[in-house]
Design a protein around this ligand. Structure first.
Ligand SMILES: [Fe+2]
Length: 349
């Protein structure tokens, strides 16, 4: 299987993963050969890219930290919770929510060796739900690497799923504005952590650390954030993890006000703001654990050749194993002596 950006899809390519929207509705089935109509439908959905299957990539396995069923349930629960939050009654989904979080944590702990996969297929209009689930999973991955207890992992995953729930109370025109917000709008927007944590406290019985992390997810390590300008360990560690996971996922996604950045650019940004916006300990783990060239993506090498990333190696984010498009030769850029002068110069996404 391999990842193809939407503008490079061609008729006859075969879908390697089913395409769904955030409510779990099936849009296109796995193994569907793409027609012209399918491709224009996919472009209309503003999906960034898709996984396709072909002979060249048949041995490339895209591993996922969290099983697709668990992820699907997460999306569904987040979708429901965001959708029904104004009824003011105790939500019967809370138990299902917590059970699902336990499943996410189990997967995260079981798949410690799996590199977090970035090239995620998501439709544009349901950004909030995908983003919430991704932030939950990524926070869990970072938390597990930092040695958090299982309880704290559950807290950080739950807080990730719910961190932006306060945005439901913000004018959608402001949330989706494809421009810089004016001062008044910015102040309104900055209310969402408080509105979200107040809402959760009033309507649910989540542990206090979870509502606190939702409240603190825009604080900066140096005190430059909001709503309380807390600094360093005045915020919970899970809040600092959430903060970094949130920025990472938002920047690698297409948004109304920016196209997505490459994983390498986002990591560069996060490293550059270590100790200011982000907790240096969290940054250290992200730099070690997140890959720059995701498996299944095509890259261009310094000799002009194109290749597919087939495997990542821990601690060597810039030198994965690749398969050349021209002759199907597979080389490990960390170990092959003939490849030491080869570098990756471009990710084709
Ligand atoms: Fe937020």
């Amino acid at each position: 299987m391999r990842y193809i950006p939407v503008n490079q899809l061609k008729e006859g390519m075969v879908l390697g993963q089913e395409l769904q929207d955030a409510s779990g509705r099936m849009l296109l089935e796995k193994h569907t050969p793409l027609s012209k109509e399918n491709i224009s439908y996919i472009s209309f959905l503003e999906v960034g890219g898709l996984y396709i299957e072909d002979d060249f990539s048949k041995d490339v396995e895209i591993k996922s930290v969290v099983q697709s069923e668990v992820k699907k349930t997460s999306l569904h629960l987040v979708f429901d919770l965001f959708g029904q939050l104004t009824d003011g009654e105790e939500n019967p989904e809370e138990k299902a929510f917590q059970e699902n979080v336990q499943n996410v944590v189990n997967d995260v702990l079981e798949n410690r060796d799996v590199v977090y996969n970035l090239m995620e297929v998501r439709t544009y209009d349901n950004y909030t739900y995908y983003h919430s689930v991704n932030v939950g999973v990524l926070s869990g991955v970072i938390g597990a690497k930092m040695g958090l207890s299982e309880q704290d992992l559950k807290y950080v995953v739950t807080a990730g799923f719910l961190h932006d729930i306060g945005k439901v109370f913000i004018d959608p025109e402001i949330i989706n504005a494809p421009r810089r917000l004016d001062e008044q709008e910015r102040i309104h927007m900055m209310e969402h952590p408080r509105k979200g944590s107040d809402f959760l406290r009033d309507h649910y019985s989540f542990p206090a650390d979870i509502t606190t992390a939702v409240y603190e997810h825009h604080e900066w390590y140096d005190g430059g954030g909001y709503p309380c300008r807390k600094q360093g360990d005045e915020t919970l560690l899970i809040s600092r993890i959430l903060k970094a996971a949130d920025v990472y996922d938002a920047m690698t996604s297409n948004r109304p006000y920016h196209d997505s950045y490459l994983p390498s650019e986002v990591l560069e940004y996060i490293m550059g703001r270590s100790g200011m916006e982000f907790d240096p300990e969290v940054v250290k783990v992200m730099v070690q654990e997140l890959c720059v060239y995701p498996v299944g993506c095509e890259v261009v090498l310094s000799n002009g050749e194109r290749a597919l990333v087939v495997e990542n190696h821990k601690g060597y984010a810039l030198r994965p194993t690749v398969k050349f498009v021209s002759n199907e030769r597979i080389i490990d850029l960390t170990a092959d002596r003939n490849a030491w002068n080869l570098t990756i110069v471009k990710l084709m996404v």
